[in-house]
Design a protein around this ligand. Sequence first.
Ligand code: ATP
Ligand code: MG
Length: 236
Amino acid sequence: MTEELLYAGKAKSVYGSDRADELIVVFRDDITAFDGGKKDVIAGKGEFNARVSARLYDLLEGRGIPTHFIALEGPARMRVRRLKMIPLEVIVRNIAAGSLVRRYPFVEGTPLDPPLIVIDYKDDSLHDPMLNDDIILALGLLTREELGEVKRFALRVNEVLQELFADLGIQLVDFKIEFGRDADGKIRLGDEISMDSMRLWDIRTGASLDKDVYRFEKGDVLATYGQVASRILGED
Ligand SMILES: Nc1ncnc2c1ncn2[C@@H]1O[C@H](COP(=O)(O)OP(=O)(O)OP(=O)(O)O)[C@@H](O)[C@H]1O
Ligand SMILES: [Mg+2]
């Protein structure tokens, strides 16, 4: 019925569906970096991210983490539960890299044990400023109970994904997730978990297997995403 475009973000478009409580997320081939300062289209990238996200959500649901995922309905189309998104970027870091190394005196590649959880306010015009517990509560973004739940979910997602990637010869360096509330007010993992939102290093070679290949022009982005997808999906 109504496949109305509700929102077109930088990498995905969100459409209404035949059910009021469900949406269709289309993973586009657009890729951006540096707050949108670098932009390209890489044909086939959306499909790899959609298929990887679907597989990871399925795995996480099986391990007790509530997600928005319902089904893949085409190569890059995902049916999800409609959530009221919470404007937070929840980042879990196992190894120092990226902005952590740029902004703080960490040496790139240093293991972080226990892992760090960093929560940013998702607003490009403010450049996603980092929050702390007091600011999150003062802004009314989460209740204290929800904040605890979000952190527990984030660490659990980390455990499940770290285990999966270790078996595939990949180090899960860090990743970003987003949460939302469903119609019952329950917090669920939304958005995507893909090569655009994780930092992955090949354990054997140290090579980047994620969007850093695009950011820093380290190689063939599509081939890299395809290689990760086939390791995760178990295809050649
Ligand atoms: N289950 C869901 N229900 C409602 N909105 C969702 C759901 N999952 C993800 N979203 C939202 O859909 C949008 C997806 O678009 P996309 O990620 O491309 O854009 P963006 O977040 O605005 O930009 P950015 O590229 O910085 O992430 C995001 O705003 C995301 O928060
Ligand atoms: Mg996004």
